[in-house]
Structures are given as C-alpha cells and as structure tokens.
Design a protein around this ligand. Structure first.
Ligand code: IMP
Length: 423
C-alpha cells in the first residue's frame, strides 16, 4: 500500500479539512505531518461546524486512526481544548488518537517569544498567528526542544525549567512591552500536559511502517499551504515547517517511494492571511465580494483574509514542488455572480514575461498578466452532479486542467460534506 498525501497549494485555508473528512472513509489512518495550532481545519456536517487545530481531520470517523506525526508541534493547552470540545460531541478520541513521541511541545514561553519577536519587527512583522510555532521549530533545529516522549522521563520538568528560564531572558532581550504572568500560564500548561500524558504515545514511524506492511491505507494531512513552506514559500513571510510533499516524508518517517497519490487542494480564487507579497491581490469591490461571500476570516485568529484572482503561475509552481497527481478545487460557489473572472497566467517580471515563480514576487517586481473568463450566475450550492454545472464554470475548469496538465477530481460547492462534486 502507498501513502496518499493531501496538501494545500496556496497560502493555506484552501479547505483541506473538508476534503480529508470527505476522503476519510477510504483510509485506515489519517496522519498530520507538520505545523501545529496555527492551522484551523474546518469541517461541516449534519448542520454543525467543527474547527480542528492539531488533531487530524479524520477524528469524526469512528473507524479511522488519527495520528499526530513527529513533524507536528503541539501546544498541550490548545490540544486539551480540542479534546474537551470533542468530548462534548461524544467523540471517543481515546480509541482513535495516537501521538508521535518525537513531536515537539510548544511551551508557554514559546508563545511569549513569538509575540516579542513579532512586536520587535514593527511594520516588517510576519503576521504570525502567535501560537509559538516559529520559536518551537527554532528550538527543534537548535536541538533544545522538548518532545512528547520526554514527558515519560522523570526529569522532564528540570529540562522544562532550564529552557523556560532561557526563554524568559530572551524575551527580555527583545525589550518590547509584553505583559504576562508566567505562573498562571504554567499552571494551565502543566494541567494540560497531564491530560496529554493520558493519551497514547507511539513510535510513529514504526507504527506507520507496520501499517504499510499490513496493507493499511494511509492519508497524510498537510497544514498551511505550499506558498507558506519554509523553503519554497514567499520567505520570510512563511511558516516554519515544510508544508510541501517532502514534509510528509520527514514529518512521518515515510520514504518517498511509499507515496502514492498527491491531492492538491486549491481555491477557485486566492486568499492570504498575514503579511507578505500576493501578486493577484484585489483591493476593489471584487475582492471585497470574495471575502464577504466566501466568509474569508481566519479559523484560528478570526483575521480577515486578503482576496484575489487565481494565480496559475504560483499554482503551477506548487503542483511541481509537490508532484500533485489530482487537483481539488474549492469554493467554486463563491465565484457565482461575478460578471467576468480573471486568471493570472504569467507575470511581467521587471519588464520580461515569465511563467515561473521568481525569487522576488513583491509588487515592485511583478505585475500579473491575466486571461479573462465569462462568469456564471447560477447558485452552485445545491448542485450535486458535474453534468449540471454551468458552461462558464466548465470552461474555467477545462482551462485550468489544460494549463496544469492535472485532472480536477473534486469541485467543492459549499462547506458541507455533501456539497462535493466528484468528477
Ligand atoms: P505562524 O506559522 O503562525 O508563525 O504564521 C506565519 C505565517 O503563516 C502568517 O502569515 C500566518 O498568517 C500564516 N499561517 C500560519 N498558519 C496558517 C494557516 O493555517 N492558514 C493560513 N495562514 C497561516
């Protein structure tokens, strides 16, 4: 059996949670491989909306095992809140949730460091979700981090204290106004750690290898999007992990030749939350309409998302870096009612026409070149079959498939599980 991957191809918020939920019944194991509670994966079914931050999106399916991989960073406090919510919904997570011993922990002082670092940057701030993601991955690569497996050792609190003390002096070094009560934060943290310790910790790479030998099917769930990848995204306005396909190998311990399909999720337009370049961003009524109709507010921070036309230059790049085999287009319904639509097919880069994503994508270097499309008026949200989609939408889809040379297998026409058209 192979491991299939599911990834976002833009700047996050593509709708990965919904598609994992839709696909889960095809898989025995759903495994998150990177990121942490900066993610907000939204699932809607039976008239209820659920937002998951660290827990894999297969958790609502009784038969799936949900694995938090070694590449993920876990904030025990946020994790406990997620568990508490699941408990109110009668989800028996103890049976179906396992955590890699090699996943790193986000400490309260990591969150403080994130806030201090952002405050010190002023206008150049990343627009981080302030969940402590960057500082935790810094401690991971700096070989100072505390891992889930450490919680099984007697002396882990000594290690914690030494690291937290170091962080406190680093916070002082930033010399910014930051009010906090570490004692309170730590009380909450240690309580949450106790809850975390009651869950099943595993050597997850061995678990997955055995699962593959046992012919189990595995879906690796990515977080954020390819353009937020630490190496291939719009650096420095990115997150701190590899959000692309390679991240699934390092974040789960699976070999590249174990990968089967790579499902690439993208919105029919583009959004971005936080700072950083966004060539096709709209500052007009069209952008405002996308934001309003698409309810483009961050699932984690509530911040409004910046909106713009679909950028095929960036999308092609993401497909290449990830080796996407199937595409899934989300939120097609949001584009209903636009008289005409635009898709960026090339950039004017310092006076030259280019078709690849260059090193500098800031507005002073890049002007998008668009192809225009006729819009459609029909409401798509009740449509359940490809054959009844408006012609103008089919033209839009055909164009994208031809440009990207990858089939679009799913068109999503609303947030609910049921509002999914398979092609
Ligand atoms: P951080 O990972 O919280 O430090 O945020 C770094 C950048 O990535 C910021 O611009 C965030 O808005 C963005 N970001 C992080 N996680 C997500 C996500 O799940 N969806 C969309 N943007 C995200």
């Amino acid at each position: 059996m192979a491991v299939d991957l599911l990834l976002g191809l833009q700047w996050g918020d593509e709708g990965k949670g919904k598609i994992v939920d839709v696909l889960t019944s095809n898989y025995n194991i759903i495994a998150r491989f990177q990121g942490g509670p900066n993610a907000g994966h939204t699932l809607v079914f039976n008239g209820m909306k659920h937002v998951l931050h660290t827990i894999p999106s297969g958790i609502f399916h009784e038969d799936a095992v949900n694995l938090v991989g070694n590449g993920v960073v876990i904030d025990p406090v946020i994790f406990k809140n997620e568990l508490d919510k699941l408990a109110t919904q009668d989800v028996d997570y103890r049976k179906s949730l396992v955590i890699s011993r090699k996943a790193h922990l986000i400490l309260p002082t990591h969150r403080l460091l994130d806030a201090a670092s952002e405050a010190s940057k002023g206008k150049a701030k990343i627009g981080s979700t302030l969940k402590g993601i960057g500082p935790t991955y810094m401690d991971k690569t700096g070989r100072n981090g505390i891992r889930v497996g450490d919680l099984e050792l007697d002396n882990w609190k000594e290690k914690y204290r030494a690291l937290a003390n170091k962080h406190e002096s680093m916070v002082e070094f930033y010399n910014v106004d930051l009010e906090y009560n570490l004692e309170e934060l730590e009380t909450e943290f240690f309580k949450a750690v106790d809850v975390l310790k009651s869950l099943k910790f595993i050597d997850s790479e061995e678990y997955l290898h055995q699962a593959l030998r046992d012919q189990k099917s595995i879906l690796a769930e990515g977080a954020q999007g390819s353009l937020l990848d630490i190496d291939f995204g719009t650096y420095p306005f990115v997150t701190s992990s590899n959000t692309t396909a390679a991240g699934a190998c390092t974040g789960l311990g699976i070999a590249p030749n174990s990968i089967g399909d790579v499902f690439g999720i993208f919105k029919a337009y583009t959004t971005r939350v936080g700072s950083g370049p966004f060539p096709t961003e709209l500052f007009d009524e069209d952008g405002e309409t996308m934001g309003r109709v698409g309810n483009e507010f961050g699932a984690t921070t509530g911040r409004s998302r910046r909106c713009g036309w679909l950028d095929l230059v960036a999308l092609r790049y993401a497909c290449q870096v990830n080796g996407v085999t199937q595409l899934m287009m989300m939120k097609a319904d949001v584009l209903s009612g636009f008289k005409s639509l635009k898709v960026c097919t090339a950039y004017n880069y310092k006076g030259n026409i280019i078709h690849h994503l260059p090193y500098n994508v800031e507005p002073e270097n890049v002007t998008p070149i668009y192809t225009d499309f006729e819009g459609w008026k029909e409401d798509l949200t009740e449509m359940n079959n490809e054959s009844i989609l408006p012609n103008a939408l089919n033209t839009y889809i055909d164009f994208l498939e031809k440009e990207l040379q990858i089939p679009i297998k799913i068109v999503s026409v609303g947030p609910d599980r049921k509002q999914t058209i398979f092609r």
